[in-house]
Design a protein around this ligand. Structure first.
Ligand SMILES: NC(=O)c1ccc[n+]([C@@H]2O[C@H](COP(=O)([O-])OP(=O)(O)OC[C@H]3O[C@@H](n4cnc5c(N)ncnc54)[C@H](OP(=O)(O)O)[C@@H]3O)[C@@H](O)[C@H]2O)c1
Length: 331
């Protein structure tokens, strides 16, 4: 048995999660076992555990969580490219446990310059950014390549620049040559500019003023949005009337969209884009991370092991995370 944080039943996480023994995972075809060194928190962890409408967790008690960084301890049949002892990051079939099972297609080798806590912040944020920016389900922008040096005279609005996803999305978009405008609290302005945003607009202002400032910054030529925080009204208000105006949403809240705007809702864990994401992370993205051209999220450590995950989930749910990722070391 291994120790894991388990969901007893769907409902408030504070009352419905507990640490207990869970059967030791064994790898199936295309799977590996990872000893988890650090797990990072995503809003989906508590949203899926609390929503009684969700069908994500099918049987209980259920282990849960996504983002991990650790060491491979066992490989299943059909695995190539990974061996026992490899240090990896990715999403496990669950994350908040001593050992977890993971699909090799959702794992990447850990950048040599990053610690496990830093590396645990990477996968969901990067994969979501890649899905939104480059995948055929998102904007289908040309992916970055290490030998390119060009500037695309195209404006991209990323709402929620200080979210974990936003911090990666800004860096990738800027590395691909797009002119990035983002929304965030003013205390993050210099960080987001340093990561590549040209304009950082305070979203606490009245919506009309936010839209006016985005239009002014983009010379009213904004065609592309990635909406990370569900602020569809701002995004749509700021888009120009160009026929190619496209909004990619990751929150599933894209219903308030005017006619003439192409809308795409994306799910990072869609198996259709799994290979696309892995290839890009294994290639340019890990290279950029190792060169320091992409910075990992700042890490906000929560101690306490698996019990500490409960506290970290509470902090995430209450919005106590700012331009950083909550990470719980598990060894
Ligand atoms: N579709 C998918 O597959 C997928 C994948 C990953 C994430 N998601 C979703 O994406 C969202 C972001 O996740 P995350 O982990 O990146 O978030 P996070 O790091 O927990 O976001 C925290 C940040 O949200 C910012 N924020 C809150 N309201 C905002 C607003 N109205 N405008 C601008 N910024 C705002 C705050 O910024 P300030 O500090 O600047 O105030 C805060 O720093 C979540 O809803 C998550 O469930 C979906």
């Amino acid at each position: 048995m291994v120790k894991a944080l388990l969901i007893k039943q769907l409902g408030p996480i504070a009352e419905n999660t507990y640490v207990a023994d869970f059967p030791t995972p064994s790898p199936g075809e295309g799977e590996v076992i990872v000893k988890v060194h650090a797990a990072a928190i995503n809003p989906a962890d508590w949203k899926l555990a609390e929503s009684t409408a969700s069908t994500f967790h099918k049987s209980f008690p259920a282990p849960f969580g996504f983002d991990i960084s650790g060491t491979i301890t066992e490989v299943g049949p059909g695995i190539s490219g990974f061996a026992v002892g490899d240090e990896v990051f990715g999403v496990g079939q669950y994350a908040f446990a001593e050992f977890v099972k993971a699909k090799a297609t959702r794992l990447n080798k850990k950048p040599s310059n990053l610690s496990h806590p830093q590396s645990s912040t990477l996968w969901v944020g990067l994969a979501t950014s890649i899905a939104a920016l480059y995948s055929p389900l998102g904007h289908s922008f040309p992916p970055p390549s290490s030998n390119q040096s060009f500037f695309r005279p195209e404006w991209l609005l990323i709402t929620g620049g200080a979210t974990s996803v936003g911090l990666y999305c800004i860096q990738l978009a800027a590395a691909s040559g797009y002119s990035v405008i983002t929304t965030a609290s003013p205390q993050h302005t210099s960080l987001l500019q340093q990561l590549g945003a040209l304009h950082v607009i305070d979203y606490h202002q009245p919506r009309d003023e936010v839209i006016r400032q985005i239009k002014e910054a983009s010379h009213n030529r904004l065609s592309y949005v990635i909406d990370i925080v569900g602020d569809t009204e701002t995004a749509v208000g700021a888009l120009s009337d160009k026929p190619n105006a496209t909004l990619v949403s990751i929150t599933g809240r894209s219903e308030k969209v005017r006619e003439g705007v192409n809308v795409k809702d994306i799910q990072t864990l869609n198996p259709q884009i799994e290979g696309f994401i892995k290839e890009l992370i294994d290639g340019e993205v890990v290279e950029y991370l190792e060169q320091g051209r992409i910075q990992p999220n700042n890490v906000q450590i929560v101690e306490g092991g698996l019990e500490g995950v409960k506290e970290a989930l509470r902090l995430s749910k209450e919005g106590n995370v700012n331009a950083s990722k909550l990470v719980v070391p598990l060894v």
